[in-house]
Design a protein around this ligand. Sequence first.
Ligand SMILES: NC(=O)c1ccc[n+]([C@@H]2O[C@H](COP(=O)([O-])OP(=O)(O)OC[C@H]3O[C@@H](n4cnc5c(N)ncnc54)[C@H](O)[C@@H]3O)[C@@H](O)[C@H]2O)c1
Length: 431
Amino acid sequence: MMALDMTREYAFEMATSAIRFGSGATREVGADLVDLGLRNILLFTDPNLTKLSPVVTALESLEANGIHYTLYDRVEVEPSDRSMNEAIRFASSQEYDAIVAVGGGSTIDTAKVANLYACYPADFLDYVNQPIGKGKPVPGPVKPLIAIPTTAGTGSETTGVAVFDYKPLHAKTGIAHRRLKPALGIVDPENTRSLPSQVAAASGLDVLCHAIESFTAIPFTERPLPERPILRPSYQGSNPISDLWSLEALRLTAKYIRRAVADPSDDEARTSMILASSYAGIGFGNAGVHLPHGMSYPVAGLVKTFRAPGYEAVDHPMVPHGISVILNAPAVFRFTASASPERHLKAAQTLGADIEHAHPDDAGRILADELIRLMQDLRMPNGLSALGYGSSDIPALVEGTLPQHRVTKLSPRPAGADELARLFEDAMTSW
Ligand SMILES: NC(=O)c1ccc[n+]([C@@H]2O[C@H](COP(=O)([O-])OP(=O)(O)OC[C@H]3O[C@@H](n4cnc5c(N)ncnc54)[C@H](O)[C@@H]3O)[C@@H](O)[C@H]2O)c1
């Protein structure tokens, strides 16, 4: 028998929420709650969505089924520790059986965090990822959360991850635990019909990066073996099952993102993008993401004056998550490709590159060029300098990335402070 190296990981595990997919499925949420015996609901959304069709449809379904609900529509777009604490105070002051979250990643993540602390009160940093927080595990089951996404982006309906901006450090961090996974994700393509095209572009590029980063993350076998199975992280590194979801998400995104952004009435494109978003969520929710996401957290957290078109409902400078990620991506993949040229070439090919005669040494450039073409077509800012960053900001950007171990250690090529500084310099201008 082959000798096993008992210091290295040998197994991986797949976990995801139950997902129901279908046009119009939002109308079923009231009946779901009745069938689960859950009669007293908190409905979370953001102030912009509260009057729009996804929320109106969900509320009609609750009313038609005799569900008592209390509306919380003060979710902050790109939530912070401040807005999370406000939502925690609200949920903790209510008697409720379950939460329904109707919105993008900001809403679903806020609902996850509010539910956690309402169920298991603790100091705010207790459950927050190390080294910023204490990384304590969620002590037991939380109350059921039904997540109804309205963006084709984060895949938060499939994952046990919640992300927020931690203001004291000017960088995003989060809470990650399998018990935070929604009990059910209702993925309804009707809900993205009203998405402004620039939000569709930014959130769609988040899907793209989830797919490529999870596919190019270190193989799960390169992580150390955990002492107990329960200590196996959700973000395990690339693995054969995540690969299937991530590659299919990338294929769908490559085929449909331009159409979905150009025309919200293109049903085939819109439907395919929200499907791709959940596929990528299942892929990256188990494999993880790496440097483009790790570097995006300070890019968002240190925002200066940037305001993105399409996000007019937000009344302060803000870098939308998908933009903060994609601007790092070309520089990162030029850097990481040498660790797994065949995977980087496969991603480039899925995006449309002809790789028949490609040399492995060119894999990073070929993938980066495909991404830049897409960024130009979707009118992304031309690099971090277009957000107002310059070389003098690099030390702070590096400092904000270094604590993001949970994702940066999944990079197929290790990146310390010097490498990160060079990557940020390279990401200042994309083309
Ligand atoms: N939990 C995870 O696994 C995960 C993964 C990636 C990103 N995130 C986080 O999710 C957040 C970003 O979420 P997002 O990109 O889904 O967007 P969002 O929730 O921040 O929403 C962006 C904007 O679009 C508007 N909007 C959303 N749906 C709409 C619709 N159907 N019609 C009209 N307007 C609509 C919102 O009101 C808001 O103004 C960030 O905080 C990011 O860090 C979480």
